[in-house]
Design a protein. Structure first.
Length: 224
């Protein structure tokens, strides 16, 4: 996974509902196997549905440090950032993954840290799900991407295809997302980093031109 995530700080963004948090959690669990200190910052404070903070026990047992807002406010959408975020920005021995809110509104949380981020080895990853109505066409997907760039003042450096239909996902759905990611990549010049797929689908997608990042579904709906 280091080929997909070679930078010290990875900022995970995209439209809400694209599966950013699932990717961020799996990325952190993957990175801790090859990096000595990994921290995941849950900065999804604008209408979050799935929260990486829900997997604190799993992450910490694996060796991933989780930064989030106060546990007393774990079920609230709190418009504030944990002070510990500065640890990721200032300590270059740490590999940091920032799970930020979806779309340009959620991306505002990073704007205040732009000067420091620009000094650090970072990448802004745009997670794309071709089954989200708001970003399922090339034009709207690019509009969302550019809006995030404008809001954060950062430049997107990679696209991650995370197309899924929850429990009804098939390799064909992931390939549909791969086609959209390729269109966005051609139009913007931003490379496709990988295609996210459950481990059971990885072999069926091995012919895709970019790597397949196999995941285990960690984030569950409240009724599951």
């Amino acid at each position: 996974m280091t080929a997909v995530c070679p930078h010290r700080i990875s900022i995970i963004t995209g439209h809400y509902g694209t599966g950013k948090t699932e990717f961020a959690v799996n990325l952190a669990l993957s990175m801790v196997q090859v990096r000595s200190r990994v921290m995941l910052a849950d900065l999804d404070i604008v209408n979050p549905y799935f929260r990486s903070r829900e997997k604190r026990a799993l992450l910490e047992a694996a060796g991933v440090s989780l930064i989030t807002s106060s546990p007393a406010c774990s079920d609230a959408d709190v418009p504030s950032l944990p002070a510990e975020l500065l640890t990721i920005l200032q300590n270059r021995d740490i590999t940091g993954i920032l799970d930020i809110g979806g779309d340009p509104v959620g991306a505002r949380v990073l704007a205040r840290f732009r000067p420091k981020l620009l000094e650090e080895d970072h990448q802004l990853i745009y997670v794309l799900n071709a089954n989200r109505p708001e970003v399922r066409a090339e034009e709207s997907a690019i509009r969302c991407l550019r809006g995030i760039e404008s809001t954060t003042g950062l430049t997107c450096t990679g696209i991650v295809n995370n197309t899924h239909l929850c429990g009804e996902t098939t390799p064909a759905e992931i390939r549909k997302g791969a086609a959209l990611a390729a269109e966005v990549s051609r139009a913007t010049g931003i490379p496709v980093l990988c295609h996210v797929a459950e481990e059971r689908f990885a072999a069926a997608l091995a012919d895709l031109p970019e790597p397949v990042f196999p995941i285990t579904i960690r984030m569950k709906k409240p009724w599951e």
